[in-house]
Each structure stands twice: as C-alpha cells, then as structure tokens.
Design a protein around this ligand. Structure first.
Ligand SMILES: [Zn+2]
Ligand SMILES: [Zn+2]
Ligand SMILES: [Zn+2]
Length: 254
C-alpha cells in the first residue's frame, strides 16, 4: 500500500492565524502544516484516516480521485469538519463510502452534520455505509487487516488504527499497556508529538519519543505538530535516525 501524509499540523494548522513566530514565518514547505489526515492507497481501495477541515485543498493538491472508506479517530473539529468535502466524490460514482468509527463519534458527527445523515437527504448528499467499531475490533478490507486501537486523548477514549504492519495514532495523551502489547515491534509507527512542553490532551515530543522506544518500530513518523515544535529541519536533526517529523506530502510504499 502507498501512504501519503495529507496534513501533519495540529488543530490550528501551521502557520497559525495571527502568529509571526519563526516557524509561522518560515518559507520552507516542510514548515507549513495542514490539519492532520492520512491517505492510504491499497491495490483497489482509496482510504482516508479522518476528514480534516483542509480536505478540499488536500484532495486537489495530492490528486485524490476517489474515496472508498474513511476511518475516524475521534470527533474533534480538526479531524471531522472536512466531511462536507466528500460530496464531489459522488459525481462520478454512485457507490456509498464506508465509514468506520466509535459509537460516540457517530452520534456526535451525525448531530453536527445532520443534513448528511437524515433519512431523506436531498440530492447531492454523500451516501454512507457506516460500521461502529469496538475496542480491538478487527476488520478486513481486501488485503488490509485493520484493528481499532483504544487510545487515551485527555478525558476522551479515541481510536488509533493498526493497518497491516503500520500503526497510526493521533491525538494521544497516553497509550495503555493493552494497546502497547498489540503494536510492539510494528514496522511503521505514526504518532502525534505536539511540542516540547507537556499538554493535557497531547503527547509532547519527549513523551512521543518514550513511546517510540517502548513500541520499537522499524521506523517512526511524528504528526499533529504545533508551531511550538520548532523548525522542521532543526527538530529532525535532534531525533534518532529511525524517527522523523512527517511533513505534508511525504509519501511512501509499505
Ligand atoms: Zn487533533
Ligand atoms: Zn507561530
Ligand atoms: Zn483531538
């Protein structure tokens, strides 16, 4: 499968509105971060993890031409609010998109975007088939074996996903021993690292590095960075060789 980082920024995005710090003023593309989301292309399927508020821009920039499935991590605006942007994907296809999520996320998103989920949606609305997942539930999409991983995000229980040998965890503030046991030694770990200072609902860079050590993946990429993380290149030089900050547009085959 091929993965593309559609966005690697925290909820504000980088640059942040109304900030003139050295990161927000940087002209380097690696220092510009849209809101966090991942695009997975398997042999036959095109899959998003979350629909960021920047989905329109991300789809145009990276040439996303279809979406078969969306895996939601949680209901925060920076992970959900692009759901309205999936309408154009129904122009050439009348196939419903499969959505996978937590029961609470389903309730919250269908309340916020009731026009998409109403019993009689008006023409042009996305068609959705949804599946509610429970902790550690496995499901198969063609050659992909996916597991929903319970993750702590402040006071909220959210999902990370294990997709074959890749693990995607965003917005974690903590990872339980039970989840750690499922992901130890994975090939690729994608994990959030907000900034240097600690934060109630997000791992700091040091905490993220501690989890990398515990999980010991072959390679780790950090996501969901704030402008407070510092300049991309400078931070990357301080990280172990198998760990790096991801950047928007980074892509590779697994
Ligand atoms: Zn977030
Ligand atoms: Zn700034
Ligand atoms: Zn969040």
């Amino acid at each position: 499968m091929k993965i593309t980082f559609l966005g690697t920024g925290t909820s504000h995005g980088v640059p942040m509105i109304n900030c003139s710090c050295e990161v927000c003023s940087s002209s380097l593309p690696e220092d510009k971060r849209l809101r966090t989301s991942l695009w997975i292309q398997s042999a036959a399927k095109s899959i998003l993890i979350d629909t960021s508020p920047d989905l329109r821009q991300q789809a145009l920039r990276y040439g996303i031409d279809k979406i078969d499935a969306i895996f939601y991590t949680h209901e925060h605006a920076d992970h959900v609010n692009g759901i309205d942007e999936i309408r154009p994907f129904f122009r050439n296809s009348n196939t419903a998109i499969s959505i996978y999520w937590h029961q609470r996320v389903k309730l919250e998103v269908s309340k916020r975007f009731s026009y998409i989920f109403s019993a009689n949606p008006y023409p042009g609305m996305p068609q959705i088939n949804d599946t509610v997942l429970s902790d550690f539930q496995n499901f198969q999409l063609d050659e992909l074996l996916i597991t929903a991983l319970p993750i702590r995000h402040g006071n909220l229980d959210i999902f990370g996903y294990k997709i074959n040998e890749m693990v995607y965890i965003t917005d974690a503030s903590g990872i339980s021993e039970e989840t750690l046991a499922k992901i130890k030694g994975c090939e690729i770990l994608i994990l959030n690292a907000l900034r240097n200072q600690s934060h109630f609902t997000h791992l700091s860079l040091i905490q993220a590095l501690e989890y990398v050590e515990k999980i010991s993946p072959k390679k780790a990429f950090f996501i969901h960075m704030s402008h407070e993380i510092g300049l991309h290149e400078k931070v990357n030089q301080t990280l172990p060789l198998h760990v790096q900050l991801a950047y928007d547009g980074l892509n590779f085959e697994i």
